[in-house]
Design a protein around this ligand. Structure first.
Ligand code: BV8
Ligand code: ZN
Length: 246
């Protein structure tokens, strides 16, 4: 690890020792080492020649629910066979060292919970939840693969959609408020494995910085913190983040 990164890691560790509240904004990059493809990365970002950013929309679902559900069923199967990696584990372990650790994740894979984190804000929802367009039934459904695609609502037989936030849809109010409060109230804000391409999640680093937090970015390349990071630690988060936590 380059000397500058080593120094950044040491500086962040020092801040951890006095921090009482840490918030971490995570993106698809933290799950890369678990084999879950990123949205905009290289391998796996496409699925059957479809661009995820085009599929993750209400318009795509209205146009072809079966296609969108095939994509989610494929991802659910892949995630069901994936395991949390040392980066997820490091954030979970951090809870033993810092009074409050809030994970604000853009990911819908549920890997932070499986790693043991206990204060998680699923900013873009969960691939393991469904919502019925006809009766509103919302539930967790971990079947992978789904027995039928699109899956019918268990309550009314109606049309289910994945319980995620699509492009053009608002962040659920409770998640948005909790994430803003966590960014405002923390002394240390970690930005892990996100391109900073998606809003309003990408605006949280500025909220943290303007509230006085120290912002540290863990990524292969700098930029996901929208220029708000004071420190940058390059490399695979599965290798770098565990070095932060004893
Ligand atoms: C909203 C859930 C307003 C679904 C996702 C036109 C109309 C409407 C809105 C907009 C518009 N134009 C722009 C917008 C805003 C839009 C937006 O930001 N668009 C962008 C693309 C320009 N945002 C929205 O639409 C949001 N809603 O604005 O609502 C509104 C308000 C009121 C009323 C009505 C409407 C909703 C956005 C949520 C979209 N849903 N996911 C699903 O997953 O199926 S976003 C999707 O992208 C994933 O959640 C993903 O996590 C997220 C962000 O991407 P990243 O996590 O950063 O992943 P990415 O692949 O980009 O990057 C990976 C990073 O990891 C890279 O930096 C890479 O270097 C790094 N990395 C890779 N490997 C590693 C690593 N780092 C460390 N270690 C490694 N090993
Ligand atoms: Zn229903």
């Amino acid at each position: 690890m380059p000397e500058a990164a080593r120094a950044a890691l040491a500086g962040t560790r020092a801040r951890l020792s006095t921090a009482t509240r840490v918030a971490a904004l995570t993106g698809a990059g933290i799950s890369a080492a678990s084999g879950v493809p990123t949205f905009r990365g290289t391998a796996g970002a496409l699925w059957e020649d479809h661009d995820p950013a085009q599929l993750a929309t209400p318009e795509a679902f209205a146009r072809d629910p079966a296609l969108v559900w095939r994509w989610y069923d494929w991802r659910r199967g892949l995630i069901a066979n994936a395991a949390p990696n040392p980066a997820h584990a490091a954030l979970a372990r951090l809870e033993a060292w810092v009074r409050s650790v809030t994970v604000i994740t853009q990911n819908v894979d549920g890997l932070h919970a499986r790693a043991g984190s206990t204060d998680i804000i699923e900013y873009h929802g969960s691939i393991w939840r469904t919502r019925c367009l006809d009766c509103g039934d919302e539930r967790e459904d971990r079947r992978a693969p789904l027995p039928q695609v699109p899956p019918p609502c268990a309550a009314c037989g109606g049309r289910l959609r994945p319980g995620v936030v699509w492009f053009g849809e608002p962040i659920p109010a409770a998640a948005a408020a909790a994430a803003a409060a966590a960014a405002r109230g923390c002394g240390l804000f970690l930005v892990v494995g996100t391109s900073g391409a998606v809003w309003p999640a990408a605006g949280l680093a500025r909220v943290a910085r303007e509230s006085g937090a120290h912002v540290v970015e863990f990524n292969l390349e700098r930029g996901g913190a929208g220029g708000q990071s004071q420190l940058f630690i390059p490399g695979d988060a599965a290798l770098t983040l565990p070095q932060l936590v004893p």
